[in-house]
Design a binder for this molecule. Structure first.
Ligand code: SER
Length: 596
């Protein structure tokens, strides 16, 4: 099965055989959720619906979601770790639950993918003081023919294992929100057992057992005080690792041998002088992630802030690895071109944005190349025997070395690293950069799981602001990003110039006038086409499917959005812009508050 066939088979199975609606994948940058920088799992964009908001496409959904995780960036280069990956997922929003989900998963694995049933084993939640053992999931697996693994018995397929929270509990994706026990399905690759396999069963990470799918039963809500309460509805969130599954189906030892990576790796080998598999995989992984970030509707550009900083790190790390294997000319655009070819059928945006992606990469590569060489020469002198937060920060400031790169270099050169270096670096970075990377540290509360009054009001204020900006600056102004904490809203939009104080005052005046008018807010569901005809604004691409929700505020604003919102604009009391600044080339950023 090819990559394109696997995506299709998954969607068709749930749509045709089991009555699900296909929804598009969302942006790699979660909208309105400041608790994380990236979409790390398919459930992320669906949080409001897992919390009980009605989804316009119904209660049974299926999609392919692009995800990015940077926690394991240091491990990229081995056979399994990736930063960017795709996740295949089916969803029940208060519809079917454990029995339905498990039976469908099993049917897909054995009937559509034709994985031999005797190569599978599963795990379920063992229970703890927060939630009981998942007897129901165990019962369903038994009814299919699996049996409980007995303590002390050798690990084997056909067995059901019980593990604690670390293995068999998922979520919340941020600090709070939907979560629950899960059941995981593993494929036995057929390689010999390692000494730990019998003791650890499928949770052994030697590579014998590969987790292919995770069905999460989201029936709990983790609250801010750390306790778990019931969710208003019982949901299913499943995630199948796309790249891994593809490698299994194609009988490849690693996912780097599938067609997703094959051509890019060949190109890297062709450009490099030395053969270094780890460096090659890092380059491939990081540039693939960079391509998808640059093509994302959130329009991420390399920068020193938040998502842009992660993108910069990925590109710079790849460039350094390129140098290591002897590539002595700009090369990121060449590898990116290969990835665009590989992925353009599944992701036509890559092709459309080809020249932007390649230009952005080349620009960043040029910027970095100017200092890289010198930085590498000066590295030993700069660290003087020990890498510390301070000299790592200086390397960053002077030569643009991301801290992870200095750590890599120290490791290669056997230079000791000071304890807590990363923390010290972050502190200096933060001090220097008054815009802290709070998102990365998950410091904010709020996010989509936060349906508090404040968040509702700020959502509503965002619509009023969007419309007012278009009235003052022109109709070509469009949302490029939005982020709401419990305290403020942040709104990015395309506009080439700094706003004048008069323009800011005018926008505030317009918004406050709508607040004073206490406009009623209503919500309607309609097709994308109808919404466009009705003059609704908002991000139409990458949204919730064919049917969208439109929020109307009096005669003033009509915008597509997932909610939640205030009942009427009067609830906002007042609106004030606190800051207007540049976000990246051609994009302005406004921060504003309500009720002050
Ligand atoms: N959220 C779960 C995971 O990421 C299932 O989709 O594994």
């Amino acid at each position: 099965m090819t990559a394109n066939e696997l995506r299709r088979a998954f969607i068709d199975f749930f749509v045709d055989r089991h009555g699900h609606k296909e929804i598009p994948g969302a942006s790699l940058v979660p909208e309105n959720d400041p608790t994380v920088l990236f979409t790390t799992a398919g459930m992320h964009p669906l949080v409001p619906f897992l919390m009980g908001e009605k989804h316009p496409s119904g209660t049974k959904l299926v999609n392919v979601q692009k995800c990015l995780r940077t926690d394991d960036i240091d491990k990229v280069g081995d056979t399994t770790h990736l930063t960017f990956f795709e996740m295949l997922g089916n969803w029940s929003l208060g519809d079917y639950f454990k029995e339905g989900a498990i039976k469908m998963s099993y049917e897909f694995l054995t009937e559509v993918l034709r994985l031999p049933a005797d190569r599978l084993c599963v795990s379920c939640f063992a229970g703890d003081s927060d939630a009981p053992r998942d007897e129901e999931a165990v019962r369903v697996w038994k009814s299919i023919g699996f049996r409980k693994h007995k303590r002390g018995e050798p690990a084997g397929t056909g067995q059901i294992y019980l593990f604690g929270k670390k293995e068999n509990w998922w979520g919340p994706a941020g600090q709070t929100g939907p979560c629950g026990p899960d059941t995981e399905m593993f494929y036995d690759t057929g390689v010999d057992k390692c000494p730990g396999c019998d003791e650890n069963g499928p949770s052994c990470d030697c590579g014998k057992y590969v987790e292919v799918w995770n069905d999460v039963f989201m029936e709990y809500n983790k609250k801010e005080d750390g306790t778990y309460g019931p969710l208003s509805q019982k949901n299913v969130d499943t995630g199948m690792g796309f790249e891994r599954t593809l490698a299994i189906l194609q009988d490849k030892e690693t996912l780097f041998e599938t067609e997703l990576f094959r051509d890019a790796i060949e190109k890297i080998n062709e450009l490099g002088v030395m053969h270094d598999m780890i460096a090659t995989r890092i380059i491939a992984d990081h540039l693939r992630a960079a391509v998808f970030l640059l093509a994302d509707p959130a329009r991420i550009k390399p920068s020193n802030l938040d998502q842009g900083y992660v993108l910069r790190r990925l590109i710079r790390r790849a460039i350094r690895q390129g140098k290591k294997i002897g590539i002595d000319k700009p090369f990121t655009h060449e590898i990116a071109s290969v990835f665009i070819e590989t992925y353009k059928d599944a992701y036509p945006d890559l092709d459309k944005l080809r020249s932007d992606i390649l230009n952005d990469l080349s620009e960043e590569e040029e910027k970095f190349s100017q200092t890289l060489e010198r930085g590498l020469r000066e590295f030993d002198k700069a660290v003087a025997g020990e890498l510390t937060g301070l000299n790592a920060f200086r390397l960053y400031e002077t030569y643009g070395f991301p801290v992870e790169m200095s750590l890599d270099l120290a490791k290669e050169k056997n230079i000791p690293v000071k304890k807590n270096l990363k923390r010290a670096f972050e502190e200096l970075f933060k001090k220097h950069q008054d815009q802290s990377r709070a998102g990365a540290e998950g410091k904010f509360s709020g996010g989509l799981a936060d349906h508090s009054g404040e968040v509702r009001k700020l959502h509503t204020a965002t619509h009023l602001l969007h419309k007012a900006l278009r009235m003052v600056l022109g109709d070509h102004v469009e949302q490029r990003g939005s982020n709401i904490t419990g305290e403020r809203l942040r709104f990015d939009f395309n506009y080439p110039d700094k706003m004048t104080p008069e323009q800011i005052a005018e926008v505030e005046k317009i918004v406050n006038k709508q607040i004073a008018a206490d406009l009623p807010i209503s919500c309607e569901e309609m097709s994308v086409e109808k919404a466009k005809d009705a003059g609704a604004i908002g991000l139409f691409e990458c949204k919730y499917g064919d049917i969208v929700k439109i929020y109307t505020m009096g005669d003033f604003s009509k915008e597509i959005c997932g909610g939640p919102h205030a009942k009427s604009t009067g609830e906002l009391k007042s609106f004030k812009i606190k800051k207007e600044q540049s976000s990246s080339a051609g994009i302005r950023r406004v921060k504003a508050v309500v009720g002050v």
